[in-house]
Design a protein around this ligand. Structure first.
Ligand code: NAP
Length: 259
């Protein structure tokens, strides 16, 4: 399917690895030029090179922490006027409900709620002016069904979801859509780090920890960054203009719910 977005320009945050990288690859495959961000310069340069070589699109890289004001300023300097925004950042650490103090919550809110909001505030006006734009926020399945040990993530991402619900309806009249993609477990570094925590806590091997988790997923496997990226690119496509303010779960059926 021709997604109809060749020649457009996208900012993909936290895109050197994992789900962000999957989104960057899929947008590049659709002919979209990229402004690509992550903190580590080496992996970022390597991903950018691979994308240029494979798809022939232009890729600008900005190594910066997107969750800080100074990092965002560097990224936004290069990303003014983009047609597409994909927000993403690392997830907060796990713990118990009583572990976290005010500063922990502020850090999680900064990274996973206030950063995407700041990026939208900066980039939506130009999309509105030109009468077309797409925003996809990478959130988590924890927005639909809480993951008990990820209380910081549950809280911050639900806050972002509430903001998007109202904002998406305010910008839709201008041809701009905002939607959220909710990953269940996907085979990325984040999954390896979560599984190694489980393996250590339960005294089992990584393979066993992964097999145990796969058994809880109706699809009986982890998702891939490639299929996650394909859904992101579709939401950014010409065909997705009527999808507004939705929360789309990609979890292999793991969340047991009718709606
Ligand atoms: P990942 O494989 O660990 O990749 C994270 C990417 O984000 C890397 O490119 C990393 O590069 C970059 N990054 C992290 N923090 C950043 C920051 N502050 N500023 C700029 N770039 C940053 O993670 P993932 O699995 O793709 O997960 C992406 C998001 O989805 C996370 O918020 C995660 O919590 C959420 N999620 C993931 C899953 C899953 O199963 N994978 C499930 C639910 C939710 P640098 O380290 O070099 O900056």
């Amino acid at each position: 399917m021709d997604l109809g977005i060749a020649g457009k320009r996208a900012l993909v945050c936290a895109g050197s690895k994992g789900l962000g990288r999957g989104c960057a690859m899929a947008l590049a495959e659709a002919g979209v030029d990229l402004v690509l961000n992550a903190r580590g310069a080496d992996a970022l340069a390597q991903t950018a090179r691979e994308i240029r070589d494979t798809f022939g699109v232009a890729v600008q890289t900005i190594a910066a922490d997107i969750t800080t004001e100074s990092g965002r300023a560097l990224v936004l300097e290069q990303a003014q006027g983009v047609d597409i925004l994909v927000t993403n950042a690392g997830g907060p650490p796990p713990g118990l409900w009583s572990d976290w103090d005010r500063d922990d919550f502020i850090r999680a809110l900064d990274a996973n709620m206030l950063t995407p909001i700041a990026l939208m505030k900066a980039l939506l006006p130009a999309m509105i002016d030109q009468g077309w734009g797409r925003v996809v926020n990478i959130t988590s399945q924890s927005v639909k069904a809480p993951i008990p040990q990820l209380g910081l993530s549950n809280a911050a991402r639900t806050g972002l979801t509430g903001y998007v619900a109202g904002t998406a309806r305010q910008v839709a009249p201008h041809g701009v859509t905002i939607n959220n993609l909710l990953p269940g477990i996907h085979a990325t570094d984040r999954a390896i780090s979560l599984d190694s925590g489980v393996a250590a806590a339960q005294g089992i091997s990584m393979e066993q920890a992964q097999a145990n988790r796969e058994a809880t997923i109706p699809a009986r496997r982890y998702g891939t960054a490639q299929e996650f990226g394909a859904m992101c690119a579709f939401l950014c496509s010409m065909h997705a203009g009527f999808i507004v303010g939705q929360n789309i779960l990609l979890d292999g059926g793991a969340t047991n719910a009718t709606l």
